[in-house]
Design a protein around this ligand. Structure first.
Ligand code: RIB
Length: 311
């Protein structure tokens, strides 16, 4: 039987307010959208949920606001079996929220208001240190302060814990401060913002990965949406293709990739196999509406993998 990895997510939790629309209003104009969906989101929380649904033991270090959404978010973690003992409510700030717009092709545009996520500090990581030290892997994103991310990458290295960083949403960073990590996993637009190089196809992605590797990062995975992902290390690069799916909402697909990849890798699968499976897991998440609610549990995923993953 596969090892059950213990994954810690130090990251964000948001409430997603998703509007499905074919058009966007001009300044001063009011138009009708087609459909609305309210759900739990946030890149950190989504990655934690994906890892949990894939079978990992998961705990979350996060901050939520003193509003209706705060306690509901904590309850959601608990209902899913995610350890939320390091998720605290902060007085006087809102929870993180994300108004999201999805067009008829399933493509999304996201606006994040960080709220309480922005109050997660290095001292909070220290407070959770005993639990973090028991993790096999720490997963981070960019919806919390960058100083907290840098601090946690260093903490992971110091304690010999695998560290995966998803630089989303993209921000200009001090690459030296994160070069200690094990996996750097941007999507095309994040890779583009961070390196200043265009990423329109697999060849572009290779050049971009080369630049990231030369700046000292050990392993890079650039997720390429319907084109799969590029796995890159100093020994070489490989394009790992996606699986065919009928996408209706791509929101959270990158998070599905990361949470599932962390789990598959933690179970002891070779890296390339973990990436292939994560490609399918992410693809499946785009076939229904919402973020966390579109993620498959392990038995549904294993069924799809048995049907599609061979070869
Ligand atoms: O990656 C998708 C997520 O980005 C959404 O859940 C939203 O909350 C933003 O964090």
């Amino acid at each position: 039987m596969a090892k059950r990895p213990r994954i810690a997510v130090v990251g964000s939790a948001n409430i997603d307010l998703t509007t499905f629309t074919a058009q966007f209003p001009k300044p001063g104009e009011t138009i009708f959208g087609q459909k609305f969906d309210l759900g739990f989101g946030g890149k950190g929380a989504n990655q934690a949920v994906a890892a949990k649904l894939c079978g990992a033991e998961v705990f979350m270090v996060a901050r939520v606001g003193s509003d209706l959404f705060g306690p509901a978010t904590i309850k959601n973690f608990q209902n899913l079996g995610i350890d939320a003992s390091h998720v605290r409510q902060v007085e006087g700030v809102s929870s993180g929220v994300a108004p999201i717009f999805v067009d008829p092709s399933g493509q999304n545009r996201i606006l994040v208001v960080k709220g309480a996520n922005d109050t997660l500090k290095a001292a909070d990581v220290d407070e959770a240190a005993d639990d973090l030290k028991r993790a096999d892997c720490i997963v981070l994103q960019f919806e919390i302060p960058l100083e907290t991310v840098y601090y946690t990458v260093h903490f992971a290295r110091k304690n010999g814990i695998r560290c995966i960083l998803n630089p989303a949403p993209a921000q200009l960073i001090d690459v030296k401060a994160i070069s200690d990590l094990d996996y750097f996993v941007p999507n095309e637009s994040e890779a583009e913002t961070i390196t200043g190089m265009p990423v329109r196809n697999v060849e572009d992605a290779k050049k971009c990965a080369e630049k990231l590797l030369s700046s000292g990062i050990g392993r890079v995975i650039i997720t390429l949406g319907a084109n799969g992902s590029l796995l890159a290390g100093r020994e070489g690069m490989e394009h790992v293709p996606a699986f065919n799916v009928k996408a209706v909402d791509s929101t959270g697909a990158g998070d599905a990739f990361i949470g599932s990849f962390a789990t598959f890798l933690g179970e002891g699968l070779p890296e390339r196999d973990a990436v292939r499976r994560a490609n399918l897991y992410a693809g499946l998440s785009t076939t229904s509406v919402g973020t966390q609610k579109s993620f498959y549990d392990r038995s549904r995923f294993d069924g799809e993998w048995a049907a599609k993953g061979r070869g």
